[in-house]
Design a protein around this ligand. Structure first.
Ligand code: NAP
Length: 240
């Protein structure tokens, strides 16, 4: 039996991953921060595929809420997988013009949150796999957009590498996926609803990615078809 936690599982890449993993027979726990309606809608669609799905509100920045998320998961059985996906960009612009509270929040959600969730997951897991959702930004640097977000995601890549070596001997694999620009609400939420239309043609493959295309890579890294990769971050960015 597979029991997989997806942070940020209510919307975007997390929701597409939930649907993909449900098709593989994973029971799921979807964590969200604010949008309960989206999480419940995704959970209903997951249950329609014949698997169990629990919805938990937890802010990944708060270690007590992270503990509550995994305590709730334990009610359903032994956790076998984690998709460490919750993230936000919040704001676009030069670093010099980015408010300190935005920088703190972006680093806390994307990096501190990912570390706290991974820490609790490896305490609970006895084998299984983790996929951390990074970004192509980690290696592009994202000048004039969000260099602090890029720095946080570079930290996620280091988390993947180091944690994989710590927990490999326990039979837990840790990998990452680094998406390019993907069709979700994250861009409009940062104040640029036109970003997908504008940047798609600049991608070598000529278009933005779809959440389902990222979900496919996550499902592969998480599953039995990928037994020997660990510490790797797979770029799924259309050539960027
Ligand atoms: P999205 O559609 O905006 O969804 C973000 C998800 O993260 C939502 O479910 C949200 O919860 C959750 N979340 C945000 N802050 C949280 C917190 N403090 N605690 C718990 N959950 C929180 O974004 P997305 O595009 O799917 O992004 C998913 C991941 O992919 C992120 O790590 C992002 O950095 C990464 N990524 C995205 C792109 C892209 O172009 N879309 C590119 C590269 C990497 P609510 O639903 O409750 O708000």
């Amino acid at each position: 039996m597979s029991l997989t936690v997806i942070t940020g599982g209510g919307r975007g890449i997390g929701a597409a991953t939930a649907m993909r993993l449900a098709s593989d027979g994973h029971d799921l726990v979807l964590c969200y921060a604010h949008d309960a309606q989206a999480a419940e809608t995704t959970a209903d669609r997951v249950r329609d595929r014949g698997v169990g799905c629990r919805v938990v509100r937890a802010d990944v920045r708060d270690p007590d809420q992270v503990d509550a998320l995994f305590d709730a998961t334990a009610l359903d059985g032994q956790v076998t997988g984690l998709v460490n996906n919750a993230g936000t960009t919040l704001h676009l612009g030069d670093l010099a013009d980015t408010p300190v509270d935005v920088i703190r929040r972006v680093v806390e959600v994307n990096l501190t949150g990912a570390i706290l969730v991974a820490r609790r997951a490896v305490r609970d897991m006895v084998g299984g796999a983790i996929v951390n959702v990074s970004s192509a930004a980690a290696t592009l640097g994202s000048p004039h957009d969000y260099v602090h977000y890029a720095a946080a995601k570079a930290g996620v890549d280091a988390l993947t590498l180091g944690l994989a070596q710590e927990v490999g001997p326990r039979g837990i694999r840790v990998n990452g996926v680094a998406p390019g620009i993907v069709r979700t609400d994250i861009h409009a939420a940062a104040g640029d609803a036109d970003r997908l239309r504008r940047l798609g043609p600049q991608v070598p493959l000529g278009r933005v990615g779809e959440p389902e295309e990222i979900a496919e890579a996550i499902a592969w890294l998480l599953g039995p078809a990928c037994p020997y990769a660990t510490g790797a971050t797979l770029r799924v960015a259309g050539g960027r």
